[in-house]
Design a protein around this ligand. Structure first.
Ligand code: SME
Length: 160
């Protein structure tokens, strides 16, 4: 697998996801180390889409604990049901938050973060970790992001 990510220029967001997801799948498919794969997924998504922060929180005992990420430093532990991440874990459901200030209990790791999408990753029927993506623009995530990020997290979950 080449270590260069091909990102089409002047493409729609959907076209970029269509181009990037198979490359990420190839990259992680041959690598059994989870942290290496989480690191590369974070990097690829940030490089392809220019998101403010991309990373993973892993379920460890009764908390989410910060894993590999790209972006500014972030809070290390989140409890079940707390913030957007803890809500996605508790509800086992993607959260799309157009304005983080309007989300009750949002955990502000950075005041620059304006909107957010959090996608759970399942091992069997249990949430094993979550993908958190933050944008410095309001209302930056839509159905397209949800569809493709859920697809990508499904691929990751099938490797757990
Ligand atoms: N905003 C998240 C916390 C994690 S940081 O954004 C990286 C939340 O409310 O759960």
């Amino acid at each position: 697998m080449s270590e260069n990510l091909y990102i089409p220029e002047s493409a729609t967001k959907a076209e970029k996801y269509e181009a990037v997801i198979p490359q990420i799948e190839a990259l992680i498919g041959g690598e059994p180390d989870l942290y290496a794969n989480l690191a590369n997924i974070s990097s690829a998504l940030k490089e392809a889409f220019g998101f403010f922060w991309v990373g993973f929180y892993l379920v460890k005992e009764n908390q989410l604990v910060l894993g590999p990420f790209q972006g500014p430093i972030a809070c290390t532990r989140i409890s079940l049901g707390k913030g957007v991440c803890g809500t996605a874990w508790k509800e086992a459901k993607t959260q799309v938050v157009p304005d983080v200030d309007a989300f009750p209990g949002h955990i502000a790791c950075s005041s620059a973060s304006k909107s957010e999408i959090v996608v759970p990753v399942f091992k069997g029927d249990q949430v094993a970790m979550i993908l958190d993506v933050d944008s410095d623009q309001l209302d930056d995530f839509d159905n397209t992001d949800q569809t493709y990020l859920e697809r990508l997290m499904g691929i990751l979950g099938s490797q757990l």
